[in-house]
Design a protein around this ligand. Structure first.
Ligand SMILES: [Zn+2]
Ligand SMILES: [Zn+2]
Length: 322
């Protein structure tokens, strides 16, 4: 079978690799689509080191179950599934508390276990979520990043009628906007890239102007350190900031700012197994159409071109395998 592999920083090669066989509690998935995001890009650029090369890339994948391991119900063959690409251990203290995103033993697809831009992959059966056949491939391929956005909204506690500011409308910001609008909230957005801002507006968001302040909630998706202090300044006293974008650089916020304005700062990392993924899949079954965030589709053989397109294009790039 063919797989898209990183052979050196910024060098991708589609090569022949052995087709995997499912272990007792795994399913074999014929892949149909894989979305690309910023974390794939940091692997591609060599900013996140991988255990070996060639390394199969990608983590936002969907497909069909074509075989199952000995301990998995054979009825699952034929299911259309979305892969939850963070295999928490379900045994540690964090997992037992339901806080699986903090699992220290977490296996992260595409980072510490091979990725899934391949014709076939094996996945633990519990991390392959069945999705109704009426959900289109284009909507389905958004399931994983949509779950990240949905988990941030869940952790924020925002409800209909609250005001909020979304900083950055890369695909994560766009999925947030769509979910917020779906929940009866009109997000204001800050995004320097005109095309990305226009996509957010098409989803129902409003471009924030200088005088828009006093927001109840902030969702920071850009990860740009310099963007954080001015965004926090736009929160109402007692407001809540959800930090989703990542940077290792200090962001220049004083405790004075936080304490005097009694702000709540919440870090939101991926999602917790299994409820966040299950709830997102239910939203897709219910008709939410996140594929409006998809931008460019590439065949497997053009994975290298897809990675080049990720940085510059508004909306999401994805690899279509079916
Ligand atoms: Zn991703
Ligand atoms: Zn764990």
């Amino acid at each position: 079978m063919k797989a898209a592999t990183l052979v050196a920083p910024e060098r991708i090669s589609v090569i022949e690799v052995p087709q995997p066989a499912p272990g007792p509690r795994e399913v074999l998935v014929r892949m149909r689509g894989v979305g690309l995001c910023g974390s794939d890009l940091s692997v591609y650029r060599g900013h996140r080191t991988v255990p070996q090369v060639p390394w199969i890339l990608g983590h936002e994948g969907v497909g069909d179950i074509v075989a199952v391991g000995a301990e998995v119900d054979e009825q699952r063959i034929g299911e259309q599934i979305a892969i939850e690409p963070n295999y928490c251990c379900m045994r540690c203290e964090a997992c037992r508390r339901g806080f699986t995103s903090a699992c220290p033993n977490r296996i992260i697809v595409g980072i510490n276990t091979p990725g899934i831009i391949a014709e076939y992959v094996t996945v633990p059966a519990d991390f392959a979520f069945p999705v109704a056949s009426h959900v289109s491939l284009r909507d389905l391929v958004c399931a994983e990043p949509l779950t990240v956005a949905r988990a941030a909204i869940r952790r924020s506690g925002i409800t209909a009628g609250d005001s909020c500011l979304v900083v950055g409308t890369g695909s994560q910001g766009l999925f947030l906007c769509e979910l917020l609008v779906d929940a009866g909230i009109t997000p204001h957005v800050i995004e320097p890239h005109g095309g990305r801002r226009a996509l957010a507006e098409a989803l129902g968001a409003i471009a924030a102007v200088e005088s828009d302040t006093g927001f109840d909630y902030l969702f920071e998706t850009s990860g740009v350190p310099a963007a954080l202090p001015p965004a926090l300044a736009r929160l109402a006293t007692g407001g809540t900031a959800l930090l989703i974008g990542l940077s290792t650089e200090p962001a220049g916020v004083s405790s004075f700012d936080i304490v005097y304005r009694q702000l709540h700062l919440v870090g939101s990392l991926i999602y917790d197994h299994p409820t966040d993924f299950a709830d997102t899949v239910a939203l897709l079954d219910g008709g939410l159409s996140p594929s409006r965030v998809l931008h460019a589709e590439f065949p497997l053989d053009e994975t290298a071109r897809a990675f080049e397109a990720v940085r510059s294009t508004p909306g999401k790039c994805w690899i279509r395998l079916d």
